[in-house]
Write a protein that binds this ligand. Sequence first.
Ligand code: NAD
Length: 254
Amino acid sequence: MAEGPSAGSLLVTGAASGIGRAIAEAALREGYETVLVDRDAEALEDAATALSALGRVHSHAADVAEGDALVTAVAATRAARPPLIGAAACAGIEVLGKVDELDPAEWSRCLAVNLTGVFNTARAVLDELLQTRGSFVAVASDAGVVGAQGYAAYCASKHGVVGLVKAMALDYGPRGVRVNAVAPAFVETPMAERIFAGDDRARDYYRAAVPLGRFAGPDEVAHAVLHLVGPHASYTTGHIYRVDGGATAGYFER
Ligand code: NAD
């Protein structure tokens, strides 16, 4: 039988904006202490200040792509908070382009942040999650479960995240740690704003492809993440939870 949330901490990367910030907010409302990590130190401080009205917030600026930066972030906050019972690897960047259009440096950066960043986050939190029998959630994408035209690097990075999550679920399930991913389609965040800036045709195309007829709000993705982290998902691991308004359910014409 599922129990209510126990006192513990949830680490969120990419917490200064969009989906990550919404996850942090939802976690605080559910009674978790939060450890917020983001590369953008200024935006992180703003988010931490605003969110601290809801509960205890610890924050540490770090780039998830940099080897041990997450290990340092976890260690730096360790004494001041209860143990981690969850982690949400949400930091990510958009890189658009087909293979012949991509600079190799853009490809590498996309993989370094979106895929290696999840690996680095997992490495940093696993010790604690193994002790608490906690839960790890990666924010993948619909581009992690289906192809996405003109998104070669992004699509490869998110498919990689889906594979990593499945492998981790097998590796750590026997030791009590659950590992899942959410796979959102477009979400109303600054990332989507940048992608669609000045391109209403693309915005309308993608919106029309969603059976529910609209993009997600960041809170709707956050609630799915909190469900996967929490006790009500106690028998769910290795799952790719599509939060996409039906966009990847099949061929669809409005
Ligand atoms: P966003 O740009 O609004 O926020 C991303 C946050 O991650 C920012 O605060 C940014 O500073 C931080 N970040 C970026 N690179 C980082 C790094 N190397 N180290 C630490 N922090 C870093 O984007 P969002 O829409 O909230 O996206 C969050 C996640 O959701 C990403 O992984 C993205 O790929 C995924 N996603 C987004 C959408 C969408 O439509 N918005 C759809 C599917 C999946």
